[in-house]
Design a protein around this ligand. Sequence first.
Ligand SMILES: CC(C)(COP(=O)(O)OP(=O)(O)OC[C@H]1O[C@@H](n2cnc3c(N)ncnc32)[C@H](O)[C@@H]1OP(=O)(O)O)[C@@H](O)C(=O)NCCC(=O)NCCS
Length: 277
Amino acid sequence: MSLQRRVEALLEKGDGPFTGSDHALFGEFRSALGRGEVRAAEPEGGRWRVNLWVKRAILLGFRMGRLAPAGTLGGAERFFDKDTFPLKPLALEDGVRLVPGGSAIRDGAYVARGVVCMPPMYVNVGAYVDEGTMIDSHALVGSCAQIGRRVHLSAAAQIGGVLEPVGAMPVIVEDDVLVGGGCGVYEGALVRRGAVLAAGTILTGSTPVLDLVTGATYRRSGDTPLEIPAGAVVVPGSRAATGEHARALGVALYTPVIVKYRDEKTSAATALEEALR
Ligand SMILES: CC(C)(COP(=O)(O)OP(=O)(O)OC[C@H]1O[C@@H](n2cnc3c(N)ncnc32)[C@H](O)[C@@H]1OP(=O)(O)O)[C@@H](O)C(=O)NCCC(=O)NCCS
């Protein structure tokens, strides 16, 4: 039986009790996630298919887990976590540069060769981070987030997860995107290939994005996430708030704005430093 089928049967158990072989199956599932063979969402002919069973299985892992020592610092037990979510057993041969200092990658996250992780940073379970991506200091890759190749997650960029608050669609950031310093991408936003989020841009499921080039307004609708088009350059902006009081008080609301589509100037401003890789 496929791993998915067996995990789905385990999901039927709800709150348990769970046997040793249930724990072994969860370990098998977590290893498949960690190898990138199972993903919370995956590209399928230009679209993204969400594998809801993966998120449900991760949540089950939290219910199954017991608190246990989760790592040492200076020889002393200093960390405690659910035993179903140990640290990823990284080795030199994996080719990931993990600089010391307050960083962690939970097992069940896929981190490809050539990824650079600057401390402190955190990659949560179910995340998928593809080759050549830079995760800079104070950056978060939330649970199940899908990050493409050569993405730059700049300092303090926050990529939200799906576990809490409850959300079905993971955040997806495609290849060659620059997520500027201090950005936040939450609630299943989909950032298409090569887009640039200027420093401080925040995207959520409720944020409309105004395209000054085409005149379009992008927003989430139903099950379709907020989607930033390929190559869009998004900067923090504002729009007049609606309503009598807003008008009287001159209130404006934060609104991300697409000011242009990537050109040579943008590419020069966002070029990655090969020497750092
Ligand atoms: C988006 C960015 C790459 C600039 O791209 P660019 O293609 O060079 O943009 P341009 O200079 O051609 O600007 C286009 C328009 O957007 C405006 N703009 C550019 N960046 C802006 C920003 N961050 N906020 C608000 N407006 C901005 C410009 O003023 C210009 O408008 P104008 O023609 O009315 O003056 C840059 O602003 C940025 O955010 N870089 C990332 C910085 C960062 O986080 N680095 C991480 C290091 S850890």
